[in-house]
Write a protein that binds this ligand. Structure first.
Ligand SMILES: Nc1ncnc2c1ncn2[C@@H]1O[C@H](COP(=O)(O)OP(=O)(O)OP(=O)(O)O)[C@@H](O)[C@H]1O
Length: 242
């Protein structure tokens, strides 16, 4: 068995996954360094979501390996993967998927409440993140009374409230207007940097490339190297070696 490099918090080797015989990932390998912001680019249907779902343990690739901090994720049972996701990972998708009956702060605090944190602690942590994300004034409102951009920030607060080791963001700005997109992306990347949260960010948004440390590109489930990727990889390596 090949052991992953020490400085990679996440490492994937030769991932292959198909849905009903249609390949979604074909031999994708990559490493993600601790605290890095990695952009995953590619056109619709190129395998970005499938890659993030494999890396985060939501699905087990049909072939290949996924490692988190030198622990093999691909050989874990469903319960251990579930625990890993709950305790170490965060996820934000294109749709906020808030619980309509709960207030904004209760939605943001949900991962802590489910972990058994006290109501007071969970509320304080949720409100702190909501203030940082500039939605503190929405705390007592229910999702239906909020704008889509506010709802997506609540989902962001919910993903960040546990300070995950790795945050997976799958098209987090897809349902937002252009102005909101830029702001949510900047907020997300700033929060990740200030808390040293590793961020794997799949997006069509061109601004992502300027905010990430490095990018990988997928086409038809395969990893390709573009000139831009080679440049950004080079930049990341240079900045690490300074
Ligand atoms: N649950 C599923 N069942 C069947 N096919 C799927 C499923 N999920 C993904 N696929 C297929 O796998 C391929 C890769 O899809 P995936 O969602 O990973 O790509 P993507 O790059 O994230 O696309 P998008 O930008 O549209 O979200 C596509 O052909 C898609 O139709």
């Amino acid at each position: 068995m090949v052991v992953p490099p020490d400085n990679d918090v996440l490492w994937a080797r030769s991932l292959n996954h198909a849905f009903g015989g249609s390949p979604a990932l074909c031999g994708v390998s990559l490493g993600v360094r601790e605290g890095e912001i990695l952009a995953v680019n590619g056109p619709r249907g190129s395998g970005k979501t499938t890659l993030l779902r494999c890396l985060s343990g939501q699905i087990v690739p049909q072939q290949g390996e996924v490692w988190f901090n030198s622990t093999p994720v691909h050989t874990m049972g469903a319960l251990n993967r579930e625990r890993l996701r709950r305790e170490r990972f965060g996820w934000i998708g294109p749709d906020p998927q808030l619980v309509p009956e709960l207030t904004a702060w209760e939605n943001a605090a949900l991962p802590l409440l489910l972990r058994g944190s006290s109501h007071r602690k969970a509320r304080a942590a949720a409100l702190e993140w909501m203030e940082r994300l500039d939605i503190g004034r929405c705390a007592r409102k229910r999702p239906r009374a909020l704008l889509q951009s506010q709802r997506q920030r609540i989902a962001l607060a919910r993903a960040l409230v546990t300070t995950p080791a790795v945050l997976f963001a799958d098209e987090p700005t897809a349902t937002l207007h252009t102005a909101d997109r830029a702001q949510v992306l900047r907020t997300l990347t700033t929060a990740a940097r200030s808390h040293r949260i590793t961020l794997v960010l799949a997006s069509h948004d061109e601004e992502v490339a300027t905010l990430a440390d490095r990018g990988v590109s997928l086409v038809d489930g395969r990893r390709i190297t573009s000139v831009h990727d080679a440049e950004t990889e080079g930049r990341a390596e240079c900045s690490l070696s300074v």
